[in-house]
Each structure stands twice: as C-alpha cells, then as structure tokens.
Design a protein around this ligand. Structure first.
Ligand SMILES: [Zn+2]
Ligand SMILES: [Zn+2]
Length: 426
C-alpha cells in the first residue's frame, strides 16, 4: 500500500481546530495521522515547507455544462480546472440541457466524473421538472441517484407555493434548497446593477431589491417549513443583513459569497466588457464591504465560485446579448488571498473553513476534513508564489475571466485525491 508523507507544512484543518506545522500522513486512500508516525514507512514524500496543507477545497457552486453545452465546458475539463485551482470536490448545478431533474441524470454525472478521474463531483438536482418552475422534480429519485441538494439556479423559483413545497419535501431527506434569489419582474431587461453607474452608462439596471425581496420570501418560507435554505451568490448589503437576522431568529439559512462579488464593482462595466456581466450583477463598494463583514462574522459561511463557462463566441457578443457569468475555479485561491487574507479580513483557518468543512456541512457530504481515517483529499497551497493571471493557460474550456493580467499571489501547489497525487506544480 502506498504511504505518503507530506512533510513540514502548516497543517490547517478547521474541522478539528488544527493550525500547526506538522507532517501529515496518507496510507492508501485515507488520512493516516499527523506528527511523527514511527510505524509508517513513506513510499513517497512531498516537502511542504512554507506551504499550507489543508483538506481538499470544495466548491459547491459550479456549472459544468455537460450534458448539452459541451462547447463551453465538460465534466472532464471542468474538473481539470478544479484540480488546477486546488479544488478536490465540486457540486454541479442542474441547468444543463436537458436539466438535471431525474435519477438517471444524477447517475450520469457520477459516471462521467469517474471516467474523467479528476475531482469529485456531487450533482445538485433541479427543484422543478425541466427547471421550468411549474412542477416539482422527482426529489426522491434524485436523492436516490446521489443529488446532494436542490436548486433551479440560473433561474429563481418564482412560485412561493412551489418553493414552500420544495423546502418541505427536501426537509424529509435533510437536503438543502439552494436559491438563486431574483425577482424576474424587478430585474427584467437588466444587464447590470441599477444605480448611478447604470444611469451614467445608459444601461438597464437590476435593483438590489430584485435580490432582497426573494431572500426575504425564502427565509420566511424556511421558517414556516423548518427546511434548510442556502442563499447562493449573495451580492447585496441588504441580502447579507436578511441572512444575519434570519440566523439570529434560529432559521436554518446559510449564505454564500463569490470572489467576484467581493472584489469587483459595477464601475467595471464602464468598458462595456461582458466579462463583468453576471447575475446577480456586480454591485457597489458598500455591498462589497457588507459581504466582507458577512464573511467575517460568519453570516456568509461559504465561498463558492459560481464557475460559469461560456465559449468565447457567445461571451463576445454585445453586452445586452452576452450570457451572464464568469469562470472562477482557477482564480479562486489568489483572489481570496488578495481580497480577504492580505487586508487581514480573514485568517487562513477562517478562509479555509469557508472552502472546506462549511460547504461540506451545507451539502451533508463526508468531506472537508483531515481526520484520521477520512478520505485523503488534500490541497497543498503555496501562499507566496507570485503569478499573473492568464486565462489562455487555464484548464477550463472557456476564457471568460475578468481577472486577466492581474498580478496575484498564492496558488495550489499539489492536489491529492483519495490518496493519489492528481496535480502538482514545480
Ligand atoms: Zn445563480
Ligand atoms: Zn450559478
């Protein structure tokens, strides 16, 4: 059996409150322990001096596009991008073509992920059949097929009654309902945040209220149903505050921030570049400040990328025609370091918790820990290495990245999945 010794790294495992320089041992597919292990003979050693050794990162909000839009991404290329970004597990969104709304569709994802042999993939099932908002999908069958949560992401669930029933039904399986909070009447025709910048540019805006009224509605529904609610990509100060107050009332709601929503503002649209067009849209500095406060006080316990690949010929269209979203897997770590670690907003253990054990808990998956006996999914981070973001070098099939040319620090050095070294940089 292979025995791997990861020597002398800063081991950070928030699931056990560990932050210390130590060796970490892997035997076969599992974590074998920390410190000196006289009973183990390493067959392989990785020197992690000066590096951070943590549970494999989990990105619970990824669009892999397969089946149906393989020109944008496939399960194989998306999971290769995940590994290059230090991510060992992704949860994939069901807005594929056809939508991931059946047991067979969930099983297909597991099969393709196994074939690709890169990161673990956990499918998120659609809330409604075909994601058309009218009728609940076969939740029980999807759970049977391995779906770990439910969402109609890409779209909101417009009907409050359907959302209420989804929360009730998913509660029976202890699965979270993940919401893309958007009131489509308030955001109709919008291409960016509604505010001073949209007026200046003469572009139609999406008001903050378009997000806030839906977060408010769904928190109320989580309260009456006792269901588990997760708010995807929170982009507004008001949204952060609603989640904070919901938690204070004891409602089962978790919150997620994306790196772009805490680094970029609506001013980025001044160049009419569609790489800054997303839904929810980039907001203002005040919203960024509120999201960072929410990350600091635990209101937002998860950071996820909303990795949304679009082939260049689509994303290059004029702003009002271009699809929403950007890729994010391969810029996750450096952007978090730049925006959260370097200014001192979060400590390393706090950041790693939001990228490991916290999303694992939301999804109820047995990952995100370095406990002895756990599956050996490990990310080794070089926190100091300087590099320049160049989307042409990415593993993702798509290139819609707003950070091209940014000089950043920090990157995945090596990624271990089930005890196997899947990715390593020199
Ligand atoms: Zn969304
Ligand atoms: Zn999404």
């Amino acid at each position: 059996m292979n025995t791997l010794r990861i020597s002398n790294g800063r081991v950070i495992d928030p699931s056990q409150n560990i932050d210390q320089v130590s060796d970490l041992w892997v035997k076969g597919e599992h974590i074998a322990g920390m410190g000196s292990q006289p009973g183990l003979q390493p067959t392989r050693v990785i020197d992690a001096t000066g590096k951070i050794v943590c549970p494999g990162l989990i990105d619970m909000h990824v669009h892999l596009r397969e089946p149906g839009r393989e020109e944008d991404e496939t399960i194989a290329t998306g999971t290769a991008a995940a590994l290059a970004g230090g991510v060992t597990s992704v949860a994939c969104m069901p807005n594929t073509e056809p939508a991931l709304d059946s047991q067979a569709a969930a099983e297909f994802v597991y099969l393709q992920a196994e074939r690709a042999g890169n990161a673990n993939v956990f499918p998120i099932g659609a809330i409604t059949k075909g994601r058309d908002g009218a009728e609940l999908a076969e939740i029980g069958g999807l759970v049977e097929g391995g779906a770990v949560g439910f969402t109609d992401d890409g779209s909101p669930v417009t009907s409050a009654e359907i959302m209420r029933r989804a929360l009730e039904y998913c509660r029976m399986f202890d699965k979270p309902v993940l919401v893309h909070a958007e009131d489509l009447e308030l955001t109709k025709g919008g291409v960016m945040h509604e505010g001073v910048e949209s007026m200046r540019l003469g572009l139609r805006g999406m008001p903050a209220a378009g997000e806030e009224v839906m977060i408010h509605r769904d928190i109320e529904l989580a309260e009456v149903t006792g269901g588990r609610l997760h708010i995807l990509h929170v982009s507004t100060a008001g949204g952060v505050d609603l989640i904070r107050r919901g938690k204070a009332r004891g409602i089962r709601v978790s919150g997620e921030a994306t790196p772009h929503h805490f680094t970029l503002t609506d001013k980025c649209l001044r160049g009419f570049d569609s790489n800054f067009k997303m839904s929810p849209p980039l907001r203002t500095q005040a919203d960024i400040d509120a999201i960072i406060d929410g990350l600091k006080d635990g209101t937002l316990e998860v950071i996820a990328t909303d990795h949304a690949p679009h082939a260049p010929e689509k994303k290059m269209r004029e702003l009002d025609q271009a699809p929403n979203g950007i890729i994010g897997l391969e810029t996750l770590l450096p952007i978090c370091i730049l925006a959260l670690i370097e200014p001192g907003h979060l400590t390393w253990p706090q950041l790693i918790a939001k990228l490991t054990i916290n999303p694992a808990r939301v999804l109820g998956i047995d990952r995100g820990t370095l406990k002895t006996g756990a599956d050996a999914d490990i990310t080794i981070i070089d926190p100091k290495v300087e590099w320049t973001i160049d989307p042409e070098q990415f593993q993702s099939k798509s290139r819609n990245c707003p950070y091209a040319g940014w000089k950043v620090r920090g990157r995945a050095h090596a990624v271990i999945l089930g005890g196997e070294i899947k990715f390593q940089r020199n």
